[in-house]
Design a protein. Structure first.
Ligand code: URP
Ligand code: ZN
Ligand code: ZN
Length: 484
């Protein structure tokens, strides 16, 4: 069966033009005028764009004594409803658990996905098994990105020596390291101090994670990556302090990418000072929301190209889960939702305001990350041969965001009450119409794992664990006489 998208304007990261798109067997087979198919989707007045790719989600993630509530079914349904057709989640090994083992657990969960997905593998501890399995994960499993948490001390955090070793391993495998850049030691100190002073409400979460902890860690990660000879991707860049480090690195020719979230672009720190505990706690995430100056910096980064990708870090907890932290803000599960709202919110606050062009919108929601993750042009493109992951975007369609009508399984929405203009008329996942005139008709289990290949692996035999960890002795011809 063929499907034709008729009378629309194709918008890609670099072109805007009128043409029909023909889809067969999940792929784009023809682009041009006057195409015919078995099924016709009318795109009059709409833009036909690559479906969004959200490279930062935590679906059914075990974290802070609970599991994030949106799983691969509700999470990817929410994604498709908002025009996102691929997510990249994080496989998180428990302390001492092997990478392949953790990966199997994530494959078990993702069988319910409604759209395509990939994973980043987290490095949560360091040892010979992790070193060895990194190669298997890249070469056998098609996962070429490794996440490092510089925060969450005593849980997910890795230290600099572990990070440096892992970055070196990434360099030789042609893999890309990712960092959650916050100084976890300083955060832990600040948390303890605030709790001891009786400052235990959700607003203290923001005090415990000032922009400096993010700026410091971003600088450190960039320098460690430079010493290891590897590019770097900085997730959830929330402030000027971190953005400045990324901008400076890029100006110096380093390959560093920064990823602001739609939450940090559109919501600010005043949310934490709401008199309603639930309201504030529902917005607790790391890094926290920042002030308007930091927001302006993030928008400027997207406009100038120093920041590359807009993600969500979708990690949705119910109000009941958030209440684990009543009386102690350090126990509030960290995370917010956004999968369903990223594209409409960025269109409304980015394109409709004139901050971003439509082509820039496509670049930062889809094409840039497809290139960074090495799955372009299978994903992130409107080209013959690409997967038919497409969104037919109606710039006139509007709604007021409300938890009452969302796909996400949680009981609130951090964007509640925001009015958005620009929504999908249709969303196609590998050719299958998942959203039709706003009605969601997803198919559980339709999603497939997207395998990715490494980029520029070092062209020599890989080092062994012994070589990487052995101290090297310098052979000297003579030893000077001792001093005074
Ligand atoms: O608060 C957040 N961001 N929760 C999800 C885990 C992470 O740090 O990305
Ligand atoms: Zn993080
Ligand atoms: Zn995250």
């Amino acid at each position: 069966m063929t499907t034709v998208i008729k009378n629309g304007t194709i918008v890609t990261a670099d072109l805007t033009y009128k043409a029909d798109v023909l889809v067969e067997n999940g792929k784009i087979t023809e682009i041009g005028p006057d195409l015919q198919g078995d099924e016709t989707l009318d795109a009059t007045g709409c833009y036909v764009m690559p479906g969004g790719i959200d490279p930062h989600t935590h679906l059914e993630m075990p974290f802070m004594g609970t599991y994030s509530t949106d799983d691969f079914e509700s999470g990817t349904r929410a994604a498709l409803s908002g025009g996102t057709t691929m997510v990249v989640d994080f496989a998180l090994p428990a302390p001492g658990q092997g990478l392949r083992d953790a990966l199997q657990m994530w494959h078990n969960k993702s069988g319910r996905a409604n759209c395509d997905y990939s994973y980043h593998m987290a490095i949560t501890w360091w040892g010979e098994q992790v070193f060895n399995e990194m190669k298997d994960v890249v070469q056998d499993e098609g996962i070429t990105t490794f996440k490092h948490f510089m925060a969450y001390k005593g849980a997910l955090m890795v230290n600099d020596d572990e990070m440096y070793a892992s970055f070196q391993r990434c360099a030789e495998l042609g893999a890309l390291p990712l960092v959650h850049a916050e100084n976890g030691d300083v955060v832990a100190e600040l948390q303890a101090k605030l709790v001891a002073a009786g400052n235990n409400g959700p607003e203290a979460h923001a005090y415990s994670r000032p922009p400096q902890v993010e700026g410091e860690a971003t600088n450190r990660a960039i320098m460690i990556a430079d010493m290891a000879g590897v590019p770097l991707y900085v997730v959830h860049t929330s402030c000027e302090d971190s953005h400045e480090a990324i901008r400076r690195a890029r100006m110096a020719g380093k390959r560093v990418w920064g990823e602001p979230l739609i939450q940090h672009l559109t919501l600010d720190e005043s949310e934490y000072f709401n008199a309603d505990w639930d309201h504030a706690a529902r917005r607790v995430m790391s890094p926290p929301f920042r002030n308007k100056q930091h927001q302006d910096s993030l928008w400027a980064g997207l406009q100038s190209g120093s920041l590359s990708v807009v993600a969500t870090d979708h990690c949705a907890f119910t109000t009941d889960q958030k209440r684990y932290g009543v009386g102690d803000f350090t126990k509030i599960p960290n995370g917010t939702g956004g999968l369903e709202d990223r594209m409409p919110m960025l269109w409304t606050y980015g394109v409709a305001t004139g901050r971003l062009t439509m082509n820039e919108f496509v670049a930062v929601t889809s094409t840039n990350i497809a290139k960074i993750l090495n799955c372009y042009p299978k994903k992130g493109a409107v080209l013959v041969g690409a997967d038919a992951d497409l969104v037919v975007w109606d710039p006139e369609k509007e709604k007021t965001i409300s938890a009452a009508h969302q796909q996400s399984a949680i009981d609130y929405n951090v964007f509640e009450g925001k009015h958005v203009k620009g929504l999908p008329r249709y969303t196609l996942t590998r050719g299958q119409v998942a959203v039709k005139d706003g009605a969601v008709q997803t198919q559980e289990g339709h999603g497939e794992f997207v395998r990715r290949e490494p980029v520029n692996p070092v062209n020599k035999a890989l080092s062994t664990w012994k070589e990487l960890t052995a101290p090297r002795k310098v052979e000297r011809s003579g030893i000077p006489a001792s001093g005074v």
